[in-house]
Design a protein around this ligand. Structure first.
Ligand code: NAD
Ligand code: DAU
Length: 360
């Protein structure tokens, strides 16, 4: 076994932040397997394009031959699985891809990893890790007074996206219990930061604000999410990979519960300071649109287990992380222009026209 890891989905939002940090920190070689769907973008990896510790492979996690070949060629000590369809609204419009990648893809990946792992010697077997990156959405929706999600909460997924992630978590669990594969699962709250695709709330609002477009709030804006800066999610994954107990799951969160309206107001206020409009406030662009079907009311993560057992805590508060994020978008408008052409336009007009808002 070599000191290298395979990362799947490493051209997407969180995966690219993870791979960039891994290579920049000098933690070893990364084989980055990504299908480059609409959400995958080689520009996210431009900074490590020529680094010999980064090898990019354009492929599907469900392609067993490619995965088998990569495992046997590179003999990694770990596989970190980020690859997924990740957008709840898209899962409502078309769940098929979510079933295919998140469930069938993860199953195929697990099968190939299990076959590789079985061939390792006893020491290598014990040292190997399969880390599955998952979401807090598998736990369902909380009421206003409910305690935050713990690792012991029952799974109650409500969208095709969260149901597909829940299924993949169950498969990972089963591969540990049945076959002994040394797995780890992380369930994280909403991330934000650089390279976040502008179909998700925070980058969409920054992009629309700067383009003079409506800032669409689903329903009345009272839904609550727990926000974590993406760099903190990546440091938590590194910590779990290094010291997590095999077979366990770890919740990761930022202790930052905010209503959607609070988040959008914060973004408008920051932009009013950093990039003032000739007249008025960005808040004037806020528009209430038809709600997401089955919209989960509240997510909150209890991250005491990872803090107590592994000593991990987020480095950023929401206030510091959101300032950094707005700065990144203001400094990287070229990236935004590139990712908001083509397929993005079709998605935006489809999603928001249905909600009674013209936004193309
Ligand atoms: P993303 O949509 O930005 O990126 C997903 C990446 O996976 C893309 O690069 C895409 O090309 C790739 N991909 C998709 N299907 C593939 C396939 N079949 N084979 C290989 N590659 C494929 O997603 P993200 O926001 O970076 O999320 C990454 C992971 O983290 C997902 O598993 C998601 O469920 C989980 N997660 C996300 C958040 C969040 O707030 N974004 C929070 C918790 C957990
Ligand atoms: O909780 C973790 C999850 O967070 C991840 O597993 C998902 O991959 C990730 O996409 C995210 O899911 P959400 O559905 O919470 O994120 P999104 O940015 O799509 O929406 C955040 C909140 O904002 C949600 O309550 C819906 C609302 N919203 C979203 C959009 C795109 C709006 O009000 N208007 C919008 O235009």
């Amino acid at each position: 076994m070599n000191n290298c890891i395979i990362v799947t989905g490493g051209a997407g939002f969180i995966g690219s932040n993870f791979v960039n940090a891994w290579v920049t920190l000098g933690l070893g070689k990364v084989i980055n397997l990504d299908k480059l769907t609409y959400a995958g973008n080689m520009e996210n990896l431009a900074g490590i394009e020529h680094d010999h510790n980064h090898i990019f492979v354009h492929a599907d996690i469900g392609d067993k031959d490619v995965v088998n070949n990569l495992l046997h060629t590179h003999r990694p000590r770990a596989v970190v699985n980020f690859a997924a369809e990740s957008h709840v609204d898209r899962s409502i419009h078309g769940p098929g891809e979510f079933i295919q990648t998140n469930i069938v893809g993860t199953f195929n990946l697990l099968e190939e990893v299990r076959a590789y792992w079985l061939e390792l010697d006893e020491k290598e077997k014990a040292d190997f890790r399969f880390l599955h990156v998952s979401t807090d959405e598998v736990y369902g929706s909380l009421g206003a007074k409910d305690p935050a999600f713990k690792e012991t909460n029952p799974y109650e997924p409500n969208s095709p996206y969260s149901a597909s992630k829940a299924a993949s978590d169950h498969l990972v669990r089963a591969y540990h219990h049945t076959y002994g594969l040394p797995t780890l699962t992380t369930n994280c709250s909403n991330n934000y930061g650089p390279y976040h695709f502008p179909e998700k709330l925070i980058p969409l609002v920054i992009h629309n604000a700067l383009s003079g477009k409506p800032l669409p709030i689903y329903g009345n804006g009272s839904n609550i999410r727990d926000w974590l800066y993406v760099g903190d999610h990546c440091s938590a994954i590194r910590r779990v990979l290094e010291a997590g107990k095999v077979g366990e799951t770890y919740n990761i969160g930022g202790w930052n519960e905010k209503t959607n309206l609070e988040v959008v107001h914060t973004l408008c206020d920051i932009l009013d300071k950093k990039k003032p409009k000739p007249q008025g406030s960005y808040r004037d662009q806020i528009t209430y649109v038809q709600d997401r079907p089955g919209h989960d009311q509240r997510y909150a993560i209890d991250a005491t287990k990872i803090e107590r057992e592994l000593g991990w805590k987020p480095a950023e508060t929401f206030e510091t992380g959101i300032q950094k994020t707005v700065d990144w978008y203001l400094e990287n408008q070229k990236w935004v222009t590139h990712v908001t052409s083509g397929e993005y336009k079709n998605w935006v007009s489809k999603n928001y026209a249905e909600r009674g808002e013209e936004m193309a």
